[in-house]
Design a protein. Structure first.
Length: 142
């Protein structure tokens, strides 16, 4: 069953997504960063190529030919990717395909609207018996 981790009180969701992705990749995991917002994924892609805050991570957009062979994929949907290690959800809703992954990471900001939507996702996962963990980023550790 999928393990669900909420990273709450994130000062910068995109920076935290990068840090968590990097940590998972360094641990040998393949990662899908999901958002239905293509502009957000474009922003991540540009940042990850131009701002090596952690270090370079090999990544591709899901519609690129080499995505199936890339450890980190930025995607608006799961497509036909063969891996299902880690899913980082940057969408407001739970992705319908999350249970295919070993681990789901939900990143939640300080914003009250974002927190409210995240509470709904927490209740959704909890009501279905998923193993839930919360990491309060106000303490500053990933």
């Amino acid at each position: 069953m999928t393990r669900v981790d909420f990273y709450s009180n994130a000062a910068d969701k995109l920076l935290l997504a990068r840090q968590v992705t990097h940590k998972a990749w360094r641990a040998g995991k393949q990662v899908l960063v999901y958002s239905p917002d293509s502009q957000l994924l474009d922003q991540l892609d540009r940042q990850w190529w131009s701002e090596p805050q952690v270090s370079f991570m090999p990544h591709a957009r899901s519609d690129q030919a080499h995505a199936r062979q890339t450890a980190i994929v930025l995607a608006e949907d799961i497509g036909d990717l063969p891996h299902c290690d880690v899913l980082i959800n940057l969408a407001a809703q739970s992705p319908g395909f999350f249970s295919r992954f070993e681990r789901l990471i939900e990143i939640v900001s300080h914003d009250e609207a974002d927190r409210s939507i995240a509470r709904d996702r927490w209740r959704f996962y909890h009501s279905r018996g998923y193993e839930l963990h919360n990491h309060d980023m106000a303490s500053g550790s990933t």
